[in-house]
Design a protein around this ligand. Structure first.
Ligand SMILES: NC(=O)c1ccc[n+]([C@@H]2O[C@H](COP(=O)([O-])OP(=O)(O)OC[C@H]3O[C@@H](n4cnc5c(N)ncnc54)[C@H](O)[C@@H]3O)[C@@H](O)[C@H]2O)c1
Ligand SMILES: [Zn+2]
Ligand SMILES: [Zn+2]
Length: 398
C-alpha cells in the first residue's frame, strides 16, 4: 500500500510499504478514506526528528471503513464507518476506567517512561504505524474506534480523532467560570476549535491571539475577538484593557514547542537537528529546547488566581519557568495529551445533524488533496502558505 513516510528532517515521501494485517485478536484493519495533518506532525517533521526512524509511517488523525476484525473485536464489524482516536487505549485498565485514556496502562510505553501508545508518533509512543496511508492496523479495536453515521462528508467526523476532543479538553481544563472570559493563544486548528467550543460552552468573551491573517479572519468569522500579535506591541495589555484590567479568567495555550518569537529555543532545536540522533535525543531530553514565547504570553495574560490550560505539546526538561510570577499570581495549570474517548460522546451529537453545525467544523479544512501530494501539503502547512489551516489527505483519491 501507499503511505506517508518520514525520511529525514522536513522530508516526507509517499512510498510503498507492506499492507497491514490482523496481528492480535483485538486488532482491526481499516481502509482509510481521509486522514489529516496535525500541528503535532509538524513537530515530528522538524524538531523531534531525532526520535524518528527512516521509513516511519506518519499520521494519527484517520477515519475510514472497517475491512477486517480480530476475534475479540465485537463492537465494530467490516463495513462500519469509524474514526480512530489518536491515542490507543484498552478501555479496561485502571487509567481507562478513570477516563484517563491518554495514560492507558495496557499500551503505555514504559521503556521510555511515556503514556499511552499513539498512532504514527515515534518510538517514544510505541512505534505504531500511522494513518496517513491506504490502510491502518488499529490495535485495541475492541474499544477505540468510534462508529459514525453514513451520509455527511468525512470532514464532519474526521476531527473526532484529535482536534475536537483536544479542544474540548483544553476548554474543560481551562475551567472558565460561567459567563467568564478566555484567551486562546495560537489559532491553528486546535486554537480555532478551542475558541469555538469555549463560546459554545458559555464563555462570554473569547479572545484569539495569532499573527497569521487568515487564521485571525477565520476566528473572527466564529465570534472570536482576534488579536494580531504581529501588529500589536502589547497584546496582553490590550486583552487586560478589555477584561476590566485583570486579564481573562482562563488562557489556553494552543501553540506548543514551535512558537514564533523564541530565538533561544529555536537555536537549540536547530542545533539538535545537526547532531547525531543519540546526542540530539539527550539534548532534547535534558535541556531547555522548547520555544516558550506562547506559554510565557499565556502566563502573562491570565488574571490572578486564573487557570492556564496547555494543549500545545512541549518536549524539553529544563525549560525556564517564571516560578515567582506563577506562584505570586496563584495560577492553576493543567495540561496533557487529550483523553480522546472521554469527550467523544459529548461531541458526536453536535456533528450528526447535516443541516446544523454548532461547532462550525465545516469551516476548518482548507485543503483536501490525494495522499500522493502529502510532501507538498506538509510544506504548505508548515510555512502557512496558500491559506493552509487544516490539510486533509485522501488515500484512495483517483
Ligand atoms: N494535547 C494534545 O492532545 C494535542 C493534540 C493535538 C495537537 N496538540 C498540539 O497543539 C498545538 C497546536 O496544534 P495545531 O494543529 O493547531 O498547530 P498549528 O501549527 O497549525 O497552530 C499553531 C498556531 O500557533 C501560532 N503561533 C505560533 N507562535 C505563536 C505565538 N508566539 N503567539 C501566538 N500564536 C503563535 C501559529 O501562527 C499557528 O497558527 C501543537 O503543539 C500540537 O502538537 C496537542
Ligand atoms: Zn493531531
Ligand atoms: Zn487502558
Amino acid at each position: 500500500m501507499r503511505a506517508v513516510t518520514w525520511q529525514g528532517v522536513e522530508d516526507v515521501q509517499v512510498r510503498d510499504v507492506p499492507d497491514p494485517g490482523i496481528e492480535r485478536p483485538t486488532d482491526a484493519v481499516v481502509e482509510v478514506t481521509s486522514t489529516a495533518i496535525c500541528g503535532s506532525d509538524l513537530h515530528l517533521y522538524s524538531p523531534l526528528g531525532a526520535f524518528m526512524e527512516q521509513g516511519d509511517v506518519l499520521g494519527h488523525e484517520a477515519m475510514g471503513v472497517v475491512r477486517e476484525v480480530g476475534s475479540e473485536v465485537t463492537r465494530i464489524s467490516p463495513g462500519d464507518r469509524v474514526v480512530m482516536p489518536f491515542n490507543i487505549s484498552c478501555g479496561n485498565c485502571h487509567m481507562c476506567r478513570n477516563d484517563c485514556y491518554a495514560q492507558c496502562e495496557t499500551t503505555q510505553v514504559r521503556e521510555y517512561g511515556k503514556g499511552a501508545a499513539l498512532f504514527g508518533y515515534t518510538k517514544l509512543y510505541g512505534h505504531v504505524p500511522g494513518g496517513q496511508a491506504e490502510y491502518l492496523r488499529v490495535p485495541q479495536a475492541h474499544f477505540g474506534p468510534i462508529r459514525v453515521p453514513e451520509g455527511p462528508p468525512d470532514e464532519r467526523f474526521l476531527f473526532l480523532s484529535d482536534v475536537l476532543p483536544t479542544a474540548w479538553q483544553a476548554v474543560d481544563f481551562a475551567d472558565i467560570p460561567p459567563g467568564g472570559s478566555v484567551a486562546v493563544v495560537g489559532l491553528g486548528p486546535i486554537g480555532q476549535m478551542s475558541a469555538r467550543i469555549a463560546r459554545h460552552r458559555g464563555a462570554s468573551q473569547v479572545f484569539g491571539l495569532d499573527s497569521v491573517p487568515e487564521r485571525l479572519a477565520m476566528a473572527e468569522r466564529h465570534g472570536v475577538t482576534a488579536v494580531d500579535t504581529g501588529r500589536e506591541n502589547d497584546p496582553a495589555g490590550l486583552v487586560r484593557d478589555r477584561t476590566e484590567g485583570r486579564g481573562p479568567d482562563s488562557v489556553i495555550d494552543a501553540v506548543g514547542m514551535e512558537a514564533h518569537g523564541a530565538p533561544l529555543g529555536k537555536a537549540a532545536q536547530a542545533m539538535a537537528q545537526l547532531l547525531p540522533d543519540g546526542v540530539a535525543q539527550k539534548l532534547m531530553e535534558r535541556a531547555g529546547v522548547d520555544r516558550l514565547a506562547a506559554l510565557h504570553l499565556a502566563f502573562d495574560l491570565v488574571r490572578r488566581a486564573g487557570t492556564v490550560s496547555i494543549s500545545g505539546v512541549y518536549g524539553g526538561q529544563a525549560d525556564p519557568m517564571p516560578m515567582m510570577d506563577l506562584f505570586d499570581k496563584g495560577v492553576q495549570i493543567r495540561m496533557g495529551q487529550a483523553h480522546v474517548r472521554r469527550w467523544t460522546d459529548d461531541i458526536l451529537p453536535l456533528l450528526t445533524d447535516a443541516d446544523s453545525d454548532p461547532l462550525g467544523v465545516d469551516d476548518l479544512t482548507t485543503h483536501v488533496v490525494p495522499l500522493d501530494q502529502a510532501p507538498d501539503a506538509y510544506d504548505k502547512f508548515q510555512h502557512k502558505r496558500d491559506g493552509a489551516i487544516k490539510m486533509v489527505l485522501r488515500p484512495h483519491a483517483a
